[in-house]
Design a binder for this molecule. Structure first.
Ligand code: SF4
Ligand code: SF4
Length: 368
């Protein structure tokens, strides 16, 4: 009879894991004895650096995992084997549990993960209705969108809506760093983490041939490309907004901006990448096996990629409709989507980007 790695007792005698962390730890200990998947991603080299795994180690490993599923399809100990290894699922559930635990304020985290689509739709519609109603307060001056909703109103709403979620994320990251035993961060650690994140190295399957997210017998980089489209699309949109803010305040150049201005040159490709990448991720989610992730969170994750895609798409539609009668309808919808995105960032799948980056920094520290 196979032995339990940790206790050296028959596996069938091992008490059932009663928490997500315990279940992830059980599987990680088996992986540490097996080591077949060593080259797949950063998780396995990190496992082999240790013999015992505290709760903080499990949190760190869970946040290093990209749920590419390569290790599941390669594993000889999946069910019906009594080890019942499903590492992508065990880590996905431990990871989601950690986001919920680190969320601040904590009570806001659970609902979106479990009822994401309904909450996102309700927020977009509700906020769009408020923006639509606010058009009655016609501004005295202003051009373009600012002739419909004043610049002062936009700044008054969006500045706190941007800064407060960042504060919530900072509080969560600080708790994460403490739990995983993080040390003072050096530039070298930051550089290593950002290079890994920029390449999405852990989605390459270890040999650049890609992962098995959609189907076990097919290696593909499609998920990595879509993920990169979303990430770079988001960064370009962010840079577009940042450049518009600088032009407004530093150079006294208020919107609207022409096609060959910096905000548009960054924002249009950004919006396209965000829209198409988000749609691609949504399609892939429908093709992947739910039971290799955290099934209870599937709806929240789907809501997140659709929200990203809708935000990008509504921004492009608004730009295409400039000067037409559609603007008073599209502008509230787009602003409702952007505001929903900001407000939900600390409590939705979006937060994974921050924790993943922190996990990569910690991994760089542990490697050095
Ligand atoms: S996932 Fe399976 S094959 Fe891979 S290291 Fe773990 S036990 Fe071994
Ligand atoms: S699912 Fe992919 S990223 Fe996660 S541990 Fe397995 S091989 Fe690594």
């Amino acid at each position: 009879m196979p032995l339990d790695h940790a206790t050296q007792t028959p596996a069938s005698d091992t008490p059932a894991a009663d928490t997500l962390t315990d279940e992830a730890r059980r599987q990680i200990e088996i992986c540490n004895a097996c080591r077949y998947c060593e080259g797949y991603c950063s998780v396995f080299p990190a496992i082999t650096r240790q013999r015992a795994f505290a709760d903080g180690d499990i949190t760190q490993l869970a946040n290093l995992c990209h749920n590419c599923r390569g290790c599941y399809y390669a594993c000889q100990y999946t069910e019906p084997h009594e080890f019942a290894i499903n590492l992508p699922k065990a880590l996905a559930e431990a990871r989601a549990e950690s986001w919920e635990r680190f969320a601040w304020p904590g009570f806001l985290a659970g609902p979106f993960h479990r009822s994401g689509v309904a909450i996102a739709v309700a927020l977009i519609v509700g906020l769009a209705a408020l923006f639509w109603a606010a058009q009655a307060l016609k501004p005295d001056g202003g051009e373009g969108f600012y002739a419909i909703l004043s610049h002062t109103m936009m700044i008054t709403i969006f500045t706190p809506a941007f800064l407060l979620p960042l504060l919530a994320i900072f509080v969560g990251l600080r708790a994460y760093w403490k739990e995983v035993g993080g040390e003072p961060v050096s530039l070298a650690h930051l550089k290593a983490a950002f290079v890994d994140a920029a390449k999405l190295k852990n989605l390459s399957g270890g040999a650049a041939e890609g992962c098995n997210f959609e189907k076990g017998d097919r290696f593909t980089n499609v998920r990595r490309w879509h993920h990169q489209a979303v990430m770079y699309g988001f960064l370009l949109c962010f840079a577009s907004t940042g450049s518009a803010t600088l032009m407004h305040y530093l150079f006294d150049m208020p919107a609207p901006y022409g096609l060959f201005s910096l905000p548009k040159l960054l924002g249009i490709p950004g919006g396209l990448l965000l829209t198409l990448g988000g749609l691609g991720m949504a399609v892939l989610k429908t093709r992947g096996e739910k039971d290799l992730g955290a099934p209870a969170l599937w709806g929240g994750e789907m809501a997140f990629v659709l929200l990203l895609s809708f935000t990008g798409g509504s921004g492009l539609a608004l730009y295409a409709a400039t000067g037409t009668a559609a603007v008073p309808v599209l502008l509230p919808l787009h602003l409702g989507a952007v505001l929903t995105f900001f407000l939900l960032t600390p409590y939705s799948k979006m937060v994974h980007g921050f924790f993943r980056l922190a996990a990569l920094v910690r991994d760089a520290q542990q490697k050095s």
